[in-house]
Design a protein around this ligand. Sequence first.
Ligand code: PNS
Length: 172
Amino acid sequence: MKKVIAIYPGSFDPLTNGHLDLIERGSKIFDQLIVAVLRNPEKAPLFSLAERKEMLESMTQRFGNVRVESFSGLLVDYARRKRAHAVLRGIRAISDYEYELQMALMNRKLDPRLETVFMMPAEAYSYLSSRLVKEVFHAGGSVRGLVPKMVEQRLHSKVNGKAKRAKTAKKK
Ligand code: PNS
């Protein structure tokens, strides 16, 4: 029987509970789900590619059919190499739709055999994004319940580490 392989691509900077919710939903309908972290040298992410992969790996190890990888270049080329049939993307609100539709149709133009499947995360996460998590955290707000505990701890160590380095540099 044909196994349906899907790719869930993204920046995951950082992983949120909304992403995890979608991964769980995707793992239930696809035979295999590859969470693919984009390696984008043009963007300066908060977490390195290795850190983002490590957090994803740790948080998804309970799903037997989910694995984490990274990719660069065109998504359709990566999907072809992985023999994937579908791309999974989350749609939280209508505002996501325009960008997601554009991407899905561009990917379809590049490879008509690759289908994009949209799923909705739980309503509780419909306002949640990695960008807002970073913004709230940097401004001193609480991100408890919005990201996995591990991510919350990593956010704290990143900011504390930066502050310590800045203090040491000032002393020198
Ligand atoms: O989490 P994000 O940042 O919304 O994910 C965007 C992502 C990684 C899915 C998108 O930027 C992507 O697929 N990039 C790979 C390059 C590519 O294939 N671009 C053409 C797609 S329209």
